[in-house]
Design a protein around this ligand. Structure first.
Ligand code: B12
Length: 145
């Protein structure tokens, strides 16, 4: 029986031209044994949905740093939530989500309530994401603790 490594799709919102955040996350995931499909900057929503379904992804990682995240991630999440649950991976979000760079705890909770499995912000984001990956089991819906 062959087993494949877990697959993550790394994407951003369609307005976001920053790339090194995506490369950084790709390396974090690959170091932990994940296979990564990095969709690059200014990711169209349709491409995110197609990639998630077409790759049978285990996790969708959304990163955005240009300050438009809070405005644009709801539409991206809505599109992903149209994917049938049995083939839909958990979606996590992180980065600099508004123009101030930091969002409040209340806004983080609102994003979780919207359907993000977890939201990683501020200077602890990468450590918290690594802990999330350590606790991740493929096929689970891995929601926030
Ligand atoms: C390089 C850069 C650019 C380049 C990008 C080139 C490229 N190919 O990537 C260019 C010149 C194109 C650019 C443009 C703009 N930029 Co710019 N850019 C930067 C800069 C200087 C560095 C970004 C970078 O590469 N960092 C390295 C990566 C590895 O770090 P990172 O992106 O911060 O990601 C880290 C964390 O945020 C976190 N993280 C990010 N996402 C996620 C997701 C998850 C799940 C997790 C766990 C963690 C995580 O992990 C990473 C490692 O620690 C930053 C300022 C800075 N010093 O950070 C501004 C910055 C991101 N830019 C900014 C802005 C405003 C813009 C513009 C709107 C400017 C303008 N008026 O035109 C445009 C937007 C263009 C667009 N359409 O998106 C702001 C964003 C404001 C905010 N959100 O607080 C910043 C913060 C500058 C500032 N202080 O104002 N930019």
């Amino acid at each position: 029986m062959s087993t494949r490594p877990p697959v993550a799709v790394v994407a951003t919102i369609s307005s976001d031209a920053h790339t090194w955040n995506l490369v950084y996350l790709q390396l974090v995931l690959e170091e932990r044994g994940w296979q990564v499909i990095n969709l690059g900057s200014c990711t169209p929503v349709d491409l995110v949905v197609e990639s998630v379904v077409g790759s049978d992804a285990d996790l969708l990682v959304v990163s955005t740093v240009n300050g438009h995240g809070l405005l644009e991630v709801p539409a991206l999440l809505d599109a992903v939530l149209q994917v049938p649950e049995r083939v839909r991976p958990p979606v996590v979000l992180g980065g600099k989500l508004n123009t101030q760079g930091e969002i409040s705890g209340g806004e983080v909770q609102r994003l979780r309530d919207m359907g993000f499995a977890d939201v990683f912000v501020r200077e602890t984001a990468v450590d918290a994401f690594c802990s999330y990956l350590s606790g991740f089991s493929v096929g689970s819906t891995a929601t926030a603790a």
